[in-house]
Design a protein around this ligand. Structure first.
Ligand SMILES: Cc1cn([C@H]2C[C@H](O)[C@@H](COP(=O)(O)OP(=O)(O)O[C@H]3O[C@H](C)C(=O)[C@H](O)[C@H]3O)O2)c(=O)[nH]c1=O
Length: 182
């Protein structure tokens, strides 16, 4: 397993050891002992999610307020995405800053996103399937949405005319958002 740093010191890219042979490949997509050695403390996941998206879909930017803020460990089962996070921690020096990374079924990158970040992704290929673990249950009452095209954050998604849900189209501007108390 390799671990790469990102612009946010608590956000990590984990590259698992892939065991390929004439049949295909095998890898451990999650191992609690290995993962906790990366994060440096116990992490308890409560929910696994999976979604499928057509090319040019953007899902996000979503997060949940306390006490239901979610850490997420995400990887791509099929296709390629631009995964994007935005720091939404109240009082953070990097509040409002964004980071993007390509996750794909060829680089096998896994992105660890602790609680405190809004999350979204753009599907760069057709029929993208992603899998992610979350450290808290879904609570729609605590869910918040920041507009994917917020002018102050100014994310370069790498696609034009994205397919967006009506829920996401009605997201709020970052400057008016509720930030997460960590
Ligand atoms: C997130 C979630 C949704 N749902 C139900 C609610 C809706 O009826 C339906 C679709 O939900 P939504 O449109 O919010 O799905 P996404 O746009 O993929 O949302 C996700 O997209 C971004 C990238 C994320 O990081 C979040 O984990 C998550 O918000 O699934 C559930 O039953 N449980 C859940 O945990």
């Amino acid at each position: 397993m390799k671990v790469l740093s990102t612009k946010f010191n608590d956000v990590k890219i984990i590259i698992p050891d892939i065991y390929s042979d004439s049949r295909g490949f095998f890898y451990e997509s999650y191992n609690s002992s290995d993962f906790e050695s990366v994060v440096g403390k116990p992490v308890y996941f409560k929910q696994d999610n999976q979604s499928k998206s057509k090319k040019n879909v953007i899902r996000g930017l979503h997060y949940q307020l306390q006490p239901d803020a979610q850490g997420k460990l995400i990887h791509v089962l099929k296709g390629k995405i631009l995964d994007v996070i935005v720091d939404v921690k109240a009082g953070s020096e990097t509040l409002g800053q964004w980071y993007g990374i390509v996750l794909s079924d060829t680089n096998n990158y896994q992105l660890w996103i602790p609680a405190g970040y809004a999350h979204g992704f753009a599907a760069l290929t057709d029929e993208v399937e992603i899998f992610y673990k979350a450290t808290n249950y879904y609570n729609p009452e605590k869910e918040r949405i920041i507009k994917w095209n917020d002018p102050d954050i100014n994310i370069d998604w790498g696609i034009d005319n994205p397919i967006i849900s009506s829920k996401d189209e009605n997201g709020c501007l970052f400057k008016n958002a509720d930030y997460i108390e960590i």
